[in-house]
Design a protein around this ligand. Structure first.
Ligand code: 5GP
Length: 198
C-alpha cells in the first residue's frame, strides 16, 4: 500500500472510492471491511443490468430500466455515471449526500471513468485501487465465476489490463493476494484517514 497521501486536512466526511478490474475481489473486500467500519457507509448504485442470482433491489443496486436511468441523467440526479459492458451504472447525488449528511464517510465501489467525475463533484475524495496479485490469478478467478464464458473472460481480462494502467493516478493500491490481509489493509487505510482528521 502506498502512503503518498495520508493526511486529510479537513474535518468534512470523506468519499472513499474503491475500484478494481472485475474479478479482483473488491466487493468482498469492501463488504468485509465495512463490517468493521461503523462510520462508513457504502453508496448503492443504480444500474440497468439485470440482477444476478441472490442480488436484491435496493440492497446490491437499484435495478432500473434504461428509460428511468436516462431520465435521471437528464434531471442531473447522478454524481457520476458510466457505460460498462453496455449497461449504465451511476451513483445518485442523493445516495452520497445522505451518507455525508449523517457525518459518515461514503465508500463508492465504482469504475474509474465515474471516479473522475466524483473527484470533481466532492471534496475530499480518496482513491483506492484493489489489484489482483497477477493476471494469471485474475484469469482463474474470472473463469470460476458462475456463467463465465470464454469470450467474457477474455473481454474482462483485456479490459482489466487497460484499467490497471488507467488507474495509476489513484492515491493507494492494495494487492488482493490474501483476502484477510486485503481487508485489514483497507480498514487500516480508512481508519488512518479518519484519525488524521483535524
Ligand atoms: P457489476 O456488474 O460486476 O456489479 O459491476 C460492473 C462494474 O461497474 C464494476 O467495475 C463496478 O465497480 C462498476 N460500478 C458499479 N456501480 C457503479 C456506479 O455507480 N458507477 C460507476 N461508474 N461504476 C459502477
Amino acid at each position: 500500500m502506498s502512503k503518498s497521501k495520508i493526511s486529510n486536512k479537513t474535518n468534512r466526511p470523506t468519499c472513499f472510492i474503491v475500484s478494481s478490474p472485475s474479478g479482483a475481489g473488491k466487493t468482498t473486500v469492501v463488504m468485509r471491511a465495512l463490517a468493521r467500519l461503523p462510520y462508513v457507509a457504502k453508496t448503492i448504485s443504480h444500474t440497468t443490468r439485470t440482477p444476478r442470482p441472490g442480488e436484491k433491489d435496493g440492497v446490491d443496486y437499484f435495478f432500473v430500466n434504461k428509460e428511468t436511468f436516462e431520465r435521471g441523467i437528464v434531471n442531473h440526479e447522478f454524481a457520476e455515471y458510466a457505460l460498462v459492458y453496455d449497461q449504465l451504472y451511476g451513483t445518485s447525488k442523493k445516495t452520497v449526500q445522505s451518507i455525508l449528511d449523517q457525518g459518515k464517510d461514503a465508500i463508492l465501489v465504482i469504475e474509474n471513468q465515474g471516479a473522475k467525475e466524483v473527484v470533481k463533484a466532492f471534496d475530499p475524495v480518496v482513491l483506492i485501487l484493489i489489484v489482483p496479485p497477477s493476471m494469471e490469478v485474475l484469469a482463474k478467478r474470472l473463469a470460476n465465476r458462475p456463467n463465465a464464458s470464454t469470450d467474457d473472460v477474455q473481454d474482462r481480462l483485456s479490459k482489466a489490463e487497460r484499467e490497471i494502467k488507467d488507474m495509476q493516478w489513484y492515491d493507494h493500491t492494495i494487492i488482493n493476494d490474501n483476502i484477510d490481509t486485503a481487508v485489514d489493509a483497507l480498514v487500516d487505510l480508512i481508519t488512518t484517514y479518519q484519525r488524521g482528521k483535524v
